[in-house]
Design a protein around this ligand. Sequence first.
Ligand code: FAD
Ligand code: NAP
Ligand code: SF4
Length: 687
Amino acid sequence: MTRPEKSHKPHTSPYPNLLSPLDLGFTTLRNRVVMGSMHTGLEDRARHTDRLAEYFAERARGGVGLIITGGYAPNRTGWLLPFASELVTTAQARRHRRITAAVHDNGGKILLQILHAGRYAYHPLSVSASSIKAPINPFRPRALSSRGVESTINDFVRCAQLAREAGYDGVEIMGSEGYLLNQFLATRTNKRTDAWGGAPANRRRLPVEIVRRTRAAVGSDFIICYRMSMADYVEDGQTWQEIVSLATDVEAAGATIINSGFGWHEARVPTIVTSVPNSAFVDISSAVAEHVRIPVVASNRINMPQAAEQVLAETQVRLISMARPMLSDPEWVLKAQSDRADEINTCISCNQACLDHAFARKTVSCLLNPRAGHETTLLLSPTRRARSVAVVGAGPAGLATAVNAAKRGHDVTLFEANEFIGGQFDMARRIPGKEEFSETIRYFSTMLARHGVGVRLGARVSADELTGYDEVVLATGVAPRIPEIPGIDHPKVLTYAEAITGAKPVGKTVAVVGAGGIGFDVTELLVTDSSPTGEPQGLKEWKAEWGVADPQEAPGALTTPLPAPPAREVYLLQRTKGRQGKRLGKTTGWVHRAAVKAKGVHQLSGVNYERISDDGLHISFGPDRQRPQVLAVDNVVICAGQEPVRDLETELRRNGVDPHIIGGAAVAEELDAKRAIKQGTELAAQL
Ligand code: FAD
Ligand code: NAP
Ligand code: SF4
């Protein structure tokens, strides 16, 4: 099949393909960057329309070529949650005009995503191809009758017409991630024997009919993007032949663009967390693109311009979808255009403030950019009264304060005891699968210089050195808690900091005391044979670990997992009874729990730490100290939480200085970088 030429024109941009326009025939996208769909929670209530409009406007101002909204249901059976977002009336469409106008006024284009949740709907009205309950949802769906299928098609078409009325440039029809249309496509969920089930052509009839009838209803000058699952990562998922036939059929039915989706929500293969290698799924999108003439969009784990450019230059895909990267940095495209990629606040795929918030029904934001979703209230406008500000501590809290205060025009000096910035985050980036956290340190480092912050490294300041400033910010963070276990001073004992930084060597058998976020991270570090260069895991090894096959070779793209053997024998311990890792992130915790299990880590709960001796760690279980035993380990690594570091406070107050105390220095309990950066940014906005 003949394909359009790649860009060979002389171009001063380092990203000639990424930043070149794409002519769709009836309309032109200004570049190849698509902001993928993300449900923010602001879609669900009319009163949030202006907030949502400003959220999109900020991304349009930042240069994104094409924005896709969060999902809107075409009818109430398709709601994700009771009374969740829908587009079913002209009154609703009228409200959307504020969103489409805000995007168009800033030179962008926007599609409305039509999403029918099918059996993922969290309410009793849910429907699917067959009445088979999803493993992640307590509600059993009703099987749609054939009349129900017809009316569902009509509802999709009506929703697209309303989107057109509302001023959208088109719609994205959501057919991936295991939602309704995906449920019709796979034999896993479609056991029908009528015209909508059985043979592959019958199973794909619903999405193809929706595209065909939508095109007939909306005319030829309206974008129809179809998002298809290119690898389901579930048993009885689609075959490669079925995937390719779906692509060619939706193209023939009138789709303008095909977007990529990978993995159902119930899949046990991670597809978007930090440990998934960058550009992991690009080859699959490119293989689909070989079969169609319309543009195919690559997605998942592409977050920097160089990588996006490489994908466009070397594969058959013609657009790049980035959803979370546009949360963490709305100016991503502008920075790429002006060759300032080092100023991009790179999404680290932590999910902590975006997807985890969505699942907890909180407004979606970003760990790195707390303004996301709060554009109308968290303002960082230039100050009218520049002040001198001393920030003590260059962990996430201090960095966020220093950069944002300086950006507002304050005269900021940042003191850091270490010879490097990052605080505890500098340890996080050394954990296998979290290497990308280095990007955050690179970002802050660039921005400190850009905004003229005076950075004093290796400067453990005293209270006396902090007099004379208009404002003093204590962001001195946390230190590892040392529990009172007899023998805690034994040479076998290491703090997590000593184990992570390599300050002390770690033997072959290890007990990890404390199974919180850091206990899990340290365990993963200890069981992994880290690459000597600190490189992240390669795609081949990642696929073997998670049992990921090429979709061209296995239906559902699954095979038997073959994780690399553990580098050490590790016992992960906690005092609380029950399953470990319950408080890890909603959308990432399962990945850590599965990774630790796959490495054969001994997980013991309800443990009493009796003492530490030359023989190892002596433990027992329960209030009656039953089953006493000795874990004959070479080392005991303490991951028992943290205590605030606030030793400067008393003396500062004695000197008449009233400091702002933020991050771990304020409260160590349940501290994470999300809270630290949010507090730092909010303080900078108030100074
Ligand atoms: P800190 O990061 O502790 O920074 C305080 C800084 O102050 C330090 O650099 C210290 O040297 C400096 N300082 C102290 N006293 C002085 C002084 N007198 N003068 C000058 N400088 C001083 N969080 C997440 O959200 N997600 C994660 O995935 C995650 N993973 C983690 C993994 C590991 C292994 C670790 C250790 C932590 C992880 N965290 C994670 C936690 C996160 O890093 C912390 O919550 C965050 O760093 C706290 O920020 P902070 O700025 O309050 O304090
Ligand atoms: P944590 O999650 O609070 O866990 C501390 C662990 O130490 C708990 O398992 C606790 O379990 C144990 N513990 C507490 N006091 C103890 C004592 N006196 N003696 C023995 N054990 C004790 O804290 P953390 O692991 O240090 O992590 C710090 C923060 O960083 C967390 O809030 C976390 O959110 C964040 N973080 C996040 C991630 C992530 O992936 N999102 C990763 C790493 C860190 P028992 O009381 O049951 O023994
Ligand atoms: Fe990316 Fe984490 Fe921000 Fe979500 S919260 S957008 S994953 S950096």
